[in-house]
Design a protein around this ligand. Structure first.
Ligand SMILES: Nc1nc2c(c(=O)[nH]1)N[C@H]1C(S)=C(S)[C@@H](COP(=O)(O)OP(=O)(O)OC[C@H]3O[C@@H](n4cnc5c(=O)[nH]c(N)nc54)[C@H](O)[C@@H]3O)O[C@H]1N2
Ligand SMILES: Nc1nc2c(c(=O)[nH]1)N[C@H]1C(S)=C(S)[C@@H](COP(=O)(O)OP(=O)(O)OC[C@H]3O[C@@H](n4cnc5c(=O)[nH]c(N)nc54)[C@H](O)[C@@H]3O)O[C@H]1N2
Ligand SMILES: [Mo]
Length: 680
């Protein structure tokens, strides 16, 4: 998009760009409204110990409070007693600076971020199959030319409207769109075939699809032999997944499974995509692996116009997961437990490698340990609102309250900021330069249109100031100031060096090159060399160049329905709200479009429960309850209830969600738990 500022304020205008062709979603069109919003924070806030309320304070006083608190806690309990929580909406520069600040400014191993709740299962499955995690290993435009496109647990018509034109184009070209979702969504309505499984059964569906492909002889034997390893174990494991068995578990009719397998197995260009519906489960990694197995068996990854991909969520969901905000990660998608990676990054940072802390713990484990005897006693949050977005949010809210020091940098007083001891007002997207990496692995520029309002600082400036103030003496403070520049261009130049040689190699990407080329795809190791729009054309990023199959088996959800909690509950998004809603719940047009939470349920179920459309209902699980008006829809399975997670307070869906996590990725089970529903 292009921004213009005139007497009437800042406005958003379309820009012709290859990924979205000038298209934006409603949130994009209205985003400028937040720049001069009356509720915007324009001064730091510090909690007054006498009254317990947040009071405006100077930057000096606020940062002093933060630094004094951190020092006292770390002197008492060691460096790991302070933790950092980041976000996938931060620019690459900020994500990088935050990871560096945690490791060498605070010397803590405890940093993780909201991407753990987002794409971590697809990331882990991609890593173990392909040796690399780039959401789409091919340009988005490939979707428009696919003969068959399978969307598993994705609702782009509401979550990624600019992507819909590729779906429209695909079908105009004669392609077939198949959607797997327990609800008839706006996306499912456009599909040629809609599979409507019980939440949490996608793995069984995938294994049955591969079973059918094997029986029918659609497996690409030559590709499997030449480009992959481990097929035999998968072949044996899916032998037990007769379509009838998958139908029994998922409710998807055998005929639909067969039609889907045929479209995938006999199409020319075939693309399989997963999103949060398939991934946000305690078996998310294995579920994605099941679809990757299917894609590999059909010979799709690396074949022109075909492949497997994950639809990455947040603004910088891809770049945010590459440069060191993750508990186990260093910049360039390096592992923090890899001695060579530590040596390289420590060299760029000018510290001895043995001074870098080891891996921390995944987001939910981190949040759930806050304020407990063995957990961190201070938390710094940049770009997330876990009071609304974390699973089992009531418990996480209590953990945050148990902290000795909670610091939140935000544009608005989010529900998490409202609990903080110190709130730091930060700049918005239109007020700072930087880069973001989109779902195709394409690094893009974000340009500042105007400076932040008086009293507001950028995240980079806040990190730089904190690092300098934490230094023990004047000489160390000068040193820290040099190590933590507030200027994004300087940070990006360092990020390029730190990422050099890593999986996500940005060494050859300059801002000028991004401008000249409408974005640059990583890996891009040299300024002269080419970038990489398509991965895997010759080899995978594994040591021997072969992709890996992983045998995976269906298992039940972490919590099954029972007499007391007889219904399946799942969550997701609506078009007009974004995430925890801090921003979108404050935009008048979006509030009008989606003012409050709702509970979507089938008319038959509602009838049995004596609930009419619009009635207030209460949803209760073993962990808590929330209330919202009923919205009757024949498009949802009668055994399943859905609510959006964008709302706080009484309408907070995460009050009931399950905090069971995937053993490999740490992804919480946002997409299924057992509930009871009654008229409130
Ligand atoms: N309007 C809007 N757009 C957004 C966002 C937003 O908050 N609002 N957030 C952004 C972010 S961070 C992300 S991660 C993306 C997410 O984008 P999506 O993954 O498309 O979004 P969700 O609504 O979370 O989930 C997609 C679908 O999964 C279905 N589902 C639920 N349980 C299951 C299941 O067990 N199996 C299957 N197959 N499907 C299931 C839901 O019914 C839902 O329609 O959206 C991005 N875009
Ligand atoms: N039940 C359920 N829960 C879910 C999900 C689900 O599908 N179901 N989805 C999960 C997913 S995929 C995600 S991504 C998470 C998202 O949930 P959160 O991590 O809470 O993400 P946001 O709501 O985007 O929070 C961003 C916060 O940072 C602020 N902010 C925005 N830009 C900046 C910036 O540049 N700097 C700073 N310092 N602050 C900024 C915003 O005002 C906002 O308060 O929710 C997860 N929670
Ligand atoms: Mo996300």
């Amino acid at each position: 998009m292009v921004l213009r500022e005139d007497d009437a304020g800042v406005s958003v205008h379309p820009r012709q760009f290859p990924t979205n062709r000038g298209g934006l979603c409603q949130k994009g069109w209205t985003a400028a409204e937040l720049l001069d919003h009356p509720e915007r924070l324009t001064t730091p806030l510090v909690r007054d110990p006498a009254t317990g309320t947040l009071r405006p304070a100077s930057w000096d006083a606020a940062l002093d409070r933060v630094v004094t608190g951190i020092r006292a806690i770390q002197n008492d309990a060691g460096p790991d007693a302070v933790a950092v929580f980041g976000g996938g909406g931060l620019t690459n520069e900020k994500a990088y600076a935050l990871g560096k600040f945690a490791r060498i400014g605070l010397r803590t191993r405890h940093i993780d971020y909201n991407g753990r709740f987002c794409m971590s299962s697809a990331a882990a499955a991609g890593m173990r199959a392909f040796g690399i995690d780039r959401g789409l290993p091919f340009p988005l435009a490939d979707l428009g030319r696919a003969d068959t496109l399978l969307l598993v647990g994705a609702n782009p018509a509401e979550t990624m409207p600019p992507l819909v034109r590729w779906l429209t184009e695909q079908r105009a070209n004669g392609g077939q769109l198949i959607v797997v979702d327990p609800r008839v969504t706006a996306t499912a309505r456009q599909a040629d075939l809609h599979l409507q499984p019980l939440p949490g059964t996608d793995l069984a569906v995938a294994n049955a699809l591969l079973h059918i492909a094997l029986t029918e002889g659609w497996v690409d034997r030559e590709y499997v032999a030449e480009r992959t390893a481990g097929f035999e174990a998968v072949r044996r494991s899916v032998a037990a997944w007769w379509p009838a068995r998958a139908e029994q578990i998922s409710g998807v009719p055998v005929a639909d499974l067969e039609a889907t397998a045929r479209a995938l197995g006999t199409g020319g260009r075939v693309i399989i995509l997963t999103a949060r519906g398939a991934e946000q489960h305690a078996k998310g990694v294995d579920t994605v692996s099941a679809y990757v197995n299917l894609a590999l068996a059909l010979g799709l990854p690396g074949r022109a116009g075909s492949g497997y991909g994950c639809l990455t969520g947040q603004g910088n969901g891809q770049g945010g997961r590459e440069h060191g905000q993750k508990a186990d990660q260093l910049p360039g998608y390096r592992r923090i437990d890899d001695p060579a990676a530590r040596e390289h990054v420590a060299g760029v940072w000018g510290v001895p490698a043995d001074e870098l802390p080891g891996p921390g713990v995944p987001a939910y484990q981190l949040l759930d340990s806050l304020g407990t005897p063995d957990g961190p006693r201070a938390l710094l949050v940049f770009g997330s609102n876990p009071v609304v977005s974390a699973p089992r949010a009531g418990r996480i809210e209590r953990r945050l309250r148990d902290l000795d020091l909670l610091v939140v940098a935000d544009l608005m007083l989010s529900e998490t900021a409202a609990l903080a001891d110190v709130v730091l007002p930060t700049a918005q997207w239109a007020e700072e330069d930087g880069t973001m990496t989109n779902l195709e692995g394409r690094v893009l520029r974000r340009r500042a249109l105007r400076p932040p309002p008086p009293g507001v600082r950028t995240d980079l400036a806040i990190i730089a100031d904190l690092a300098a103030r934490l230094a023990p003496d004047a000489a160390a403070a000068t040193d820290a100031a040099a190590r933590f520049p507030a200027d994004p261009a300087t940070v990006f130049a360092e990020l390029r060096r730190a990422s050099a040689g890593g999986a996500a190699d940005y060494a050859g990407i300059s801002w000028a090159r991004i401008d000249a080329a409408d974005g640059v795809y990583w890996p891009c190791p040299t300024e002269e060399g080419s970038d990489t729009p398509r991965l895997f054309t010759d080899r995978f990023a594994t040591p021997d160049g072969r992709a890996r199959f992983h045998p995976v088996d269906h298992r039940p959800a972490a919590e099954e329905v029972c007499a007391a909690y007889p219904l399946h509950f799942t969550t997701g998004r609506v078009l007009a709200q974004y995430q925890s809603g801090t921003q979108t719940r404050r935009v008048a047009a979006l509030r009008r479009a989606a003012a409050e939470a709702f509970v979507e349920l089938h008319p038959d179920l509602a009838g049995r429960l004596g609930i009419d459309d619009g009635d207030p209902v209460r949803v209760t699980s073993r962990r808590g309850e929330f209330s919202a008006p009923a919205r009757l829809s024949a498009g949802i399975r009668p055994d399943t209830v859905f609510a959006p997670f964008h709302y706080a307070g009484a309408g907070r869906a995460n009050s009931v969600t399950n905090d069971a996590v995937d053993p490999i990725s740490g992804m919480p089970e946002f997409k299924i738990c057992a509930v009871r529903v009654e008229k409130a």
